[in-house]
Ligand binder design. Structure first.
Ligand code: PLP
Length: 395
């Protein structure tokens, strides 16, 4: 495969149905799966080469993570004009385990974690399972950070203990990229209220032309960020993530338990290092393909499901669709709920044979919504939206 080829146009539906990952196995063969954040692409050639070498050599021991941290230094310098010092970076098992480790550093048990709903459901579950309380500061009507709401929630910390703010940038599910000004405002507010900030930046490598990703720790030296190549290179099954500190929080990284770094898999470290070091050309082709799919999705929705409302994401391959106009008004949001099927997603799975991610578990703002993953071929995307349109027309 040439690096300039659109990776979204390589695998056929028949090939994809042979996959054994969650996206393709959770539902029957009559369902088009556009739900969990896996992509229908082959591996980037440098990643595939690294994994082949690993298998040929039987190189399946414990990870040596230094190269992974160095690959992030290079990637961040090239993509975002920022080179974190190596002392600011630690390997963690994956991004969500890394979030938990960062929260452990900056909170005490029974402290509060503030999240911007609607948000990636594990932002509720993981802190709660670590004994923390989660408070929502919902996004504004315009889909962006609502600073009044944020300040109000930062104030809540006076009810007991301290608070930490778990920021998602780019934001899952809306694909909003927080601007430098917004992040500076967050940092100033956090400083005023003594709130520490942990930013999940797993979607940062895929940002479209009109937006600029700004690494949080570049505006807040006390912050922490989590990054990995997992979403942008489809490596969710090859576990490894990176926790990055700001310049003033680097010393706190020594509080990480030793076992934390051991949770990353050697295969994950090898694959993600290859992706960050050598995957830029492939990532560029992918981002162009996704940008074309984003346009295509807009055209398809306008034609087949014109009452669905959405904002084009500035990043990610996720589209946050509002089905309110079609009368889905009965279910309440259930932050962090396990069951993936409520509201429009439940209806569309049954009636359109298309699997989307239900909005309910994303918390307040998730009602009447579903999330569509457009990291698939234009053909599958077209078929799926046609089916959605036909099912909605029968409602
Ligand atoms: C915002 C966000 N964070 C974390 C993850 C999961 O990352 P990991 O598998 O490395 O824990 C995802 C997966 O989709 C995500 O969207």
């Amino acid at each position: 495969m040439g690096e300039e080829q659109n990776p979204l146009e390589v695998l056929s539906l028949e090939q994809l149905r042979q996959r054994r990952s969650a996206k393709w196995r959770a539902f029957g063969d009559d369902v088009l799966p556009l739900w969990v954040a896996e992509m229908d692409v082959p591996l980037a050639p440098p990643v595939s080469d690294a994994l082949h070498r690993m298998v040929e050599l039987g190189d399946t021991g414990y990870p040596m993570p230094a190269a992974y941290a160095e690959s992030l230094q290079r990637f961040a310098a090239q993509q975002w004009g920022w080179e974190p010092d190596i002392t600011q970076i630690r390997t963690v098992p994956d991004v969500m385990r890394g979030v938990v480790e960062a929260l452990k550093i900056v909170t005490q048990l029974a402290d509060t974690v503030i999240v911007n709903s609607p948000v990636y459901p594990p932002f509720f579950n993981y802190p709660v399972n670590s004994g923390l309380r989660v408070v929502e500061a919902p996004l504004g009507e315009d889909g962006r950070l609502d600073f009044e709401m944020l300040e109000e929630s930062f104030n809540l910390r006076t009810l007991g203990g301290t608070a930490v703010y778990l920021l998602c940038n780019p934001h899952n599910p809306t694909g909003v990229v927080h601007t430098r000004e917004e992040l500076q405002k967050v940092a100033a507010l956090a400083e005023d209220y003594g709130v520490r900030v942990v930013a999940d930046e797993i979607h940062a490598p895929i940002v479209y032309g009109e937006a600029e990703f700004v690494p949080y720790v570049t505006v807040d030296p006390k912050g922490f960020s989590l990054v990995s190549a997992s979403k942008a290179f489809n490596l969710a099954g090859l576990k490894a993530g990176l926790l990055v500190s700001g310049t003033e929080s680097a010393a706190e990284l020594s509080e990480l338990p030793k076992e934390s770094a051991h949770g990353a898999s050697h295969a994950g470290v090898l694959a993600q290092t290859a992706a960050l070091n050598e995957g830029s050309a492939w990532l560029h082709a992918l981002t162009q393909g996704l940008e074309a799919n984003r346009r295509l999705l807009g055209d398809l929705l306008a034609e087949h499901a014109p009452e669905v409302t959405w904002r084009q994401p500035e990043a990610t391959y996720l589209a946050w669709l509002d089905f309110s106009a079609y009368g889905f008004d009965d279910d309440e949001p259930t932050p962090g709920a396990e069951s993936p099927v409520h509201g429009p997603a439940k209806f569309l799975l049954k009636e359109a044979k298309v699997a989307l991610t239900a909005g309910h578990p994303f918390g307040t703002g998730g009602e009447r919504h579903a999330r569509l993953n457009f990291a698939t071929s234009p053909e599958i995307l077209t078929q799926a939206v046609e089916r959605i349109g036909q099912a909605l027309a029968r409602r």
